[in-house]
Ligand binder design. Sequence first.
Ligand code: DGP
Length: 116
Amino acid sequence: MSECIFCRIVSGEIPATEVGRTEDAVAFRDLNPQAPVHVLIIPTRHAATAADLLAQDGGAARLAAVFALATRVADELGLADRGYRLVANTGAEGGQTVHHLHVHLLGGRQLTWPPG
Ligand code: DGP
């Protein structure tokens, strides 16, 4: 059994509210939402960061699949015209707490910049 919680969500061992899935990516609601829409989009195959995914054979296509699913879910949840944010916290100073690449899709309210 994988010790990675997001790998366990991919396999269904840990329940999550899924909003989209393809062969290469899964989208599910964040447990601790920071906006009215807060979805995480992850590659189905484990990689800690985008750089690690790109280092894998076929990784560029799987990274593209993550962003393709993110934009599809944003559209399906009504955010395409309003706007939204995609962000991937990376490493210690980036604030990454789960070490399986995930893109946050945030929207449904006016977002501010810069982030904390
Ligand atoms: P980050 O700080 O960028 O690594 O964000 C990790 C996010 O993952 C955080 O917003 C909370 C979310 N999260 C952590 N554990 C779980 C879980 O078991 N289920 C779901 N749905 N989200 C989780």
